[in-house]
Design a protein around this ligand. Structure first.
Ligand SMILES: *Cc1c(COP(=O)(O)O)cnc(C)c1O
Length: 390
């Protein structure tokens, strides 16, 4: 049982993230008629703004679903049972995507990693060069592997595919990177980008997004996977009018409209720089504690989440429980094969410098109470960095 702790809960999970007051107010209203004129304007507005965030001029479909739903839509709209799919096993989320592809009848070709770096573009290129008959129909990577806090260099994966002259579709899970890191759907020639509302976009869970290339849409003409709810065709038609084939998550769309306004007012480059600054402050704190980052490759450091290893013989879930009970703060847990070994600090979305400092202080106090060996001075390192004395 947790004791009563006064004040606001600290939601420092890497999704769901904190929802700004402006966004809460925008959704705090009676639903509007989703077949009426007011709705069409809202739909078109949201779709137009989402394009800016994805950096695409193409189609962005919206589903009333969690991000997982858009994974399924990507598979069933472009592939047929028996198709080969190349997946890089970078962490728990790529594993779940792989499991889904297998359940949908795909023939998965997997590339393993040690969960401490992103997908390896050279390894992907090597597999594609071997595939002379072009049996691999899609290459799937997770841009920000939220379970390990490692990024994959999507532009490098694209370059490896081009160098191998391979026609497979490139599918990217950007669920926890969109609006935290620079993401360029068109420039990187990504065929399907998947994202969700509850991470960098600062909206409650319940919306997922799928940006599609012309090539991905064309693949749908011959793909034989059964699809109904997840079918892109009615969504693409609706995209032009702002309406949806079924009842959309009306209030969440109002929330999203407001949230993207906030992002565009701040300026996307500033939003990305803010995330980088908080992430660097967090990593400096972790190093000063003498703890280890799960991500071993500095070029794969994550702007929105930091996964931290606890020393052998200690349990990260015990640490999280103490922090929740004593300080009313939620952190991300270790997933899959790193359960109990890792905890994750979410620093994505709507966060002030003081919220970040409160978060880091809460973790440092938790480390003490949990008896996890660490050096003092971690929070101090963040103060130095954020005040320009780092
Ligand atoms: C959160 C997350 C998911 C799962 O999204 P849901 O909305 O929970 O379905 C998938 N991939 C990544 C990288 C994530 O961070």
């Amino acid at each position: 049982m947790s004791e009563y702790v006064s004040g606001r809960h600290f939601l420092q999970t890497p999704g769901p993230t904190n929802v700004p007051e402006r966004v809460l107010r925008a959704m705090d209203r009676n639903p509007i008629n989703h077949r009426g004129p007011e709705f069409g304007a809202l739909g078109l507005s949201v779709i137009g703004k989402l394009r800016q965030v994805f950096q695409t001029t193409g189609i962005v479909g919206l589903f009333p679903s969690s991000g997982t739903g858009s994974w399924e839509s990507a598979i069933v709209n472009t592939l047929s049972p028996g198709d080969q799919v190349l997946i890089s096993r970078t962490g728990q989320f790529s594993n779940l995507w792989e499991q889904m592809a297998t359940k949908m009848g795909m023939d998965v070709v997997a590339l393993d990693t040690d969960w401490r770096r992103g997908a390896n573009p050279e390894a992907i290129g090597a597999v594609l060069r071997e595939d002379r008959e072009h049996r691999i129909k899609a290459v799937c990577v997770v841009h920000s592997e939220t379970s390990t806090s490692c990024m994959t260099d999507v532009a490098a994966v694209r370059a490896a595919m081009d160098a191998a002259k391979h026609p497979a579709l490139l599918m990217v899970d950007a669920i926890s990177s969109l609006a935290c890191a620079d993401y360029r759907h068109d420039e990187w020639r990504v065929d399907v980008t998947i994202a969700g509302s509850q991470k960098g976009l600062m909206v409650p869970p319940g919306l997922s997004f799928t940006a599609m290339s012309e090539k991905a849409l064309a693949a749908g003409a011959t793909a034989t996977s059964p699809r109904s709810y997840w079918d892109w065709a009615p969504l693409v038609a609706a995209n032009k009018t702002g309406f949806f084939p079924y009842t959309p998550a009306i209030n969440l769309l109002s929330a999203l409209n407001e949230a993207i306004d906030m992002l565009l007012e701040e300026g996307l480059p500033n939003v990305f720089a803010r995330h980088q600054r908080y992430a660097e402050a967090t990593r400096r704190t972790v190093r000063a504690w003498g703890l280890e980052l799960q991500c071993e490759d500095p070029s794969a450091y994550n702007p929105g989440v930091t996964a931290i290893r606890v020393p052998d013989g200690h349990n990260s879930d015990n640490l999280r429980t103490i922090i929740l009970n004593k300080f009313n703060m939620s952190l991300g847990n270790g997933l899959g094969q790193i359960e109990g070994k890792v905890f994750r600090i979410g620093h994505m979305g709507d966060l002030s410098p003081l919220q970040l400092m409160g978060t880091l202080s809460g973790v440092e106090m938790g480390l003490r109470l949990a008896g996890i060996p660490h050096k003092s001075g971690g929070v101090q390192a963040a103060i130095e960095y954020l005040t320009g004395n780092g």
